[in-house]
Design a protein around this ligand. Structure first.
Ligand code: FAD
Ligand code: NAI
Length: 475
């Protein structure tokens, strides 16, 4: 039987891969996408959407929303004069709702593949040979040929030596999104994005949460002022027990739960918990991809080595998303997927890595784009800064949600916006204005001159831009 032949073959059906496939098909290429994982599909069929839709962004945000409603019903509504008696959580219903959203979205992508005529190939994909004219990929024992290959195999949770993840007592992200009950005592290793988001979910639902972090600084990637405020809110107001500078020495699972031994400085400590989440970063998926068969080069961290246009060292082989350098974020992978498809079509695809927003969906949310103040200082760039609290905003007061602030950093000479950092309600939505501003090289003066609807939270962005020039009107 003659091998199947495509113009473009994408390996991996996560956000980087499925978007690359759809865009390539839109541009007129015969396109296939290979996916190997069924995740929790009841029929055992492969599911599209990758980590993000199945065990990442989407399910975590569904649980964050449910747990926030629960928390509001217990504590947040009182200030509005609303008392709700006998608030209870049915974890099975909450998790089922999350599963339904995942099913709806993952099957939606299968629908988008049909609409755009992308062929879905089920099975593990790996390079077996070929070259510039056509690469040969083995998909579950069948040879498939393609002129262009886009590697979008994503990432998997990093595991710690001697810490066996069973996704029952000791969980990675997949297990932590599927608890069947609220643990009384939850331990988390790693105070990064997953630790804070999922720690928040189970804390709001009533768990005692202890997060052990190896680094001495909290949220080191964020602007220091944001990290300081977040620390205050999470530890003092919300009661998350976050312990920094923790060196884990042993983790044991037993009948009664999990025991974590660790040291902080010279002090030995022990954490007893009913369940443990291990969230210490992610590693790129390149094993079993056949890189060595064709000479596909990896970088020093095991990621596919690519240039700024996601070109690998091999002709017509590209790589996007978590499997390449840069932040492991769904929107970054999607943008790279579009860029690569357009470059294959001879268009001027681009991805502006300087304007990729970060969002942490805790409450308050944290979002930023561009440089932090500490980065500007260490680069010796002169800047001006403005900072306005949500407490000075009428809409935030009306909502009863006034924690946090917006901070803007602008070039001292040109006034061009260099970074915007938000901690506060709806920061995930508010950051978009800053991303647009940075994409179009706007200045703080530009934002200051834009009409912002009243009363909205976006007025805090407006005031912050005015504050850069030391002329806020409402603060
Ligand atoms: P993936 O989504 O990992 O998809 C890769 C796919 O390729 C997988 O389905 C895998 O099965 C498949 N595959 C791998 N190897 C092969 C092979 N050889 N053959 C066939 N198929 C293969 N990012 C955000 O931007 N916002 C968020 O809110 C957010 N929340 C997150 C929450 C959690 C709990 C986690 C774990 C991650 C979150 N992320 C978030 C990160 C986001 O999920 C990833 O950045 C994104 O999924 C990466 O997309 P990708 O396409 O590169 O890889
Ligand atoms: P992370 O990189 O955000 O955080 C990992 C944390 O674990 C770090 O603070 C690190 O110092 C700590 N750590 C590492 N080894 C440790 C050890 N031995 N003991 C104690 N602490 C240790 O990684 P995380 O939370 O696993 O998430 C993975 C990635 O998924 C994120 O980097 C992000 O790219 C993505 N993600 C994005 C989200 C979003 O955009 N809202 C949400 C969740 C995940």
């Amino acid at each position: 039987m003659a091998a199947k032949h495509f113009d473009v073959l994408v390996i991996g059906g996560g956000p980087g891969g499925y978007i690359a496939a759809i865009r390539a098909a839109q541009l007129g290429f015969s396109t296939a996408c290979v996916e190997s994982e069924a995740y929790d599909d009841p029929k055992g069929e492969v599911r599209l959407g990758g980590t993000c839709l199945n065990v990442g962004c989407i399910p975590s945000k569904a649980l964050l929303q449910s747990s926030e409603h629960f928390d509001n019903a217990r504590h947040g509504f009182v200030m509005h004069g609303i008392t709700v008696d006998d608030v209870r959580i049915d974890v099975k219903t909450m998790v089922k709702r999350k599963d339904n959203i995942v099913t709806q979205l993952t099957s939606g992508i299968k629908g988008l593949f049909k609409k755009n005529k992308v062929t879905l190939l089920s099975g593990h994909g790996k390079f077996t040979g070929g070259g510039e004219d056509a690469w040969e990929i083995d998909v579950a024992g069948e040879a498939v040929m393609a002129k262009h290959v886009i590697v979008a195999t994503g990432s998997s949770p990093r595991h710690l030596n001697g810490v066996p993840v069973d996704n029952k007592l000791i969980c990675d992200n997949a297990g932590a999104l599927a608890f069947d009950a609220v643990p009384k005592r939850l331990g988390v290793i790693g105070a990064g994005v997953i630790g804070l988001e999922l720690g928040s979910v189970w804390k709001r639902l009533g768990a005692e949460v202890t997060i052990l972090e190896a680094m001495p600084d909290f949220l080191a990637a964020a602007d220091a002022a944001i990290a300081k405020e977040a620390w205050k809110v999470f530890t003092q107001k919300q009661g998350l027990d976050i312990q920094l500078d923790a060196n884990i020495t042993s983790v044991k699972a037993g009948k009664k739960g999990v025991t974590v031994d660790y040291e902080i400085g010279d002090e030995n400590r022990t954490l007893e918990c009913d369940r443990l989440i291990v969230s210490v970063g992610r590693v790129p998926n390149t094993e079993g991809l056949g890189c060595e068969a064709v000479g596909l080069k990896l970088d020093d961290r095991g990621r596919v080595a690519v240039d700024e246009h996601c070109r690998s060292n091999l002709p017509n082989v590209w790589a996007v998303g978590d499997v390449v350098r840069g932040p492991m974020l769904a929107h970054k992978g999607m943008e790279e997927g579009v860029m690569v498809a357009e470059l294959i079509a001879g268009q001027a695809g681009h991805c502006n890595y300087d304007a990729v927003p970060w969002v942490i969906y805790t409450h308050p949310e944290i979002a930023w784009v561009g440089k932090t103040e500490q980065q500007l200082k260490s680069a010796g760039i002169e800047y001006r800064t403005g900072q306005i609290p949500f407490a000075a905003n009428g809409r935030a007061l009306g909502q009863g949600d006034t924690t946090g602030f917006v901070k803007m950093l602008a070039d001292a000479k040109t006034d061009r916006i260099l970074g915007v950092h938000i901690i506060g309600t709806n920061a995930s939505e508010l950051i978009s204005e800053a991303v647009v501003a940075m994409e179009f090289h706007a200045s703080s003066e530009d934002i200051a001159r834009i009409v912002h609807a009243h009363p909205t939270l976006s007025e805090v962005m407006h005031e912050t831009a005015l504050a850069v020039d030391k002329r806020p009107l409402h603060f």
